[in-house]
Design a protein around this ligand. Sequence first.
Ligand code: AMP
Length: 211
Amino acid sequence: MRLLLVGPPGAGKGTQAQFLAAHYSIPHISTGDIFRANLKAGTDLGNQAKSFMDRGELVPDSVTNDMVKDRLTQSDVAKGFLLDGYPRNVVQAEVLREFLAEHKTPLQAALELSISADEIIRRLSSRRTCRACGAPAEAGATKCSSCNGTDLYQREDDKEEVIARRLEVYQEQTAPIIAFYRSEGILLTIPAVGSVAEITKHAITALSNLA
Ligand code: AMP
C-alpha cells in the first residue's frame, strides 16, 4: 500500500498514521518527525529547518524534497509507505508524482482527514507530544500511549500564535493539493471526528475499496 495523509494540523494525521502503518505493515514517514529528530540531534538538516518550524512556515522545498526522496529509496519502502505531512504544497506533490513514476510505484491513495476550524484549534492548543518517541498524546494524558514515556511537552509550534500561522499556511499552500489528488482520481475523504478507533475504522473501510 502506497498512500499519504492530508489534512490540517490537528486533524489527527500523526495518530492515524501510526495505526494505519501498523495495520498495513508499512513504514510511517512523517516529515515533521524527521525534522524534529534532526533538530534534537543538532544536525545540519535540523539547523536548516529550525527557524521555519519555529515560525510555523514550511521548510524550503529543496531541503524537504531531497530528504523525502532519500527516505523513499531506503529498503523498507519496497512493500509500501504512508507519508504524513508531505507533500505540503503543489510543487512537492508534483516532485513526488515524478519520483514515484520514475520508480514505477505510483501513489494509490491520498486520504484526506476532514475537520472543522474550531475543532482544530481546540485540539492543537491542548495537544502534548512525547519527548521520548515523538508520538502525540491526548489532552490530559500523563503517559505516552506508545512508549509509556512520562515527559509530555507542548511543541513550540502548538502555541497559540504559531497555530494561527500554521493554519494560514495550510489554507494557502497545502489545501490546494486536495484538488490535485482529486484530479488524479486518488482522493479519499473521511470525517476526522469521533474516537481515534472510529476514525481508523473509517479509513480502513475507505482504503479497502482500493486494488
Ligand atoms: P508537522 O509535524 O507535520 O506538523 O510539521 C511540523 C513542521 O515541520 C511544519 O510546520 C513545517 O515547518 C515542517 N514541515 C513538515 N513537513 C513539511 C513539508 N512537507 N514541507 C515543508 N515543511 C514541512
